[in-house]
Design a protein around this ligand. Sequence first.
Ligand code: ZN
Length: 295
Amino acid sequence: MIRFGPSGNSESFYEQGNKSSVQMPGWLNRMGLNAYEYQCSRGVNIDEAVAGRIGEQAAINDVFLSVHAPYYINLASPEEEKRNNSINYIIDTMKAAKWMGAKRIVVHTGSCGKVDRKWAFNTASAALMEAIRQCDRLGLGDIAICPEVLGKMNQLGNLDEILEMCRLDERLIPTIDFAHLHARGMGCLNTSDDFEGVLNKIEAALGYQRLKHIHIHFSRVEFTAGGEKRHCCYDDVRFGPDFEFLAELLYIKRMEPVIICESRGSMAEDALKLKNIYEKHAARGGIGCEKGFDH
Ligand SMILES: [Zn+2]
């Protein structure tokens, strides 16, 4: 099934007196949401007991869990020690995911600001394979690593690089961040064809089954010549991308992605807006869209 939820905890969650992420799955369920991306973006600091309680609540409330790995991971660092540390941060995130019963972790693979892009790609790919080998040895192989399309030009992780990386192991699932794609392409996602081009490219690289279950990050985004500047809330229509076209295509192509909303502050409220847009298109049965589909 298709799932919608926030990245981290909305401001309103705290304003309503909630204090712990253990309360998030129930809070999301009452809102009508069914996914939650737990943030370890500043470090994996969760203990096993708390992670276990989040997992219990997620199971009771039918909330699909993913965990975002630390931002400072750089599998393309020129320094071997930093690459090895990055592999360890991935393993730490995988352990936290295991405690929670999370099925996916999202990873920023690295930077190529100071090194040659091709060298960065090959180095990060080798380090990612090493991370997978170590995770398998530790019994963590049932959790999917989801390398993310990133929004800044000097980051490793344009769409081609992420898809190529995902071909290394069939368990890898791409995190397609449409805000990042839009920012990297200087505002390139404006029509149904623009979005369909992205989905077709994923399918050509990884096949329909992996396309069907991709991990999606969605929000509006402000960008500069260097790429993403900041994620915006969904009502801020000065910025793209708009979810309407993608929602229709997800329905027509019978896709079942996990869609995580990264709006600043109002990520849960905006995840619900995305869900409502999708359901509007589903209720119409895709009528009005001329695109054929063959699945
Ligand atoms: Zn991310």
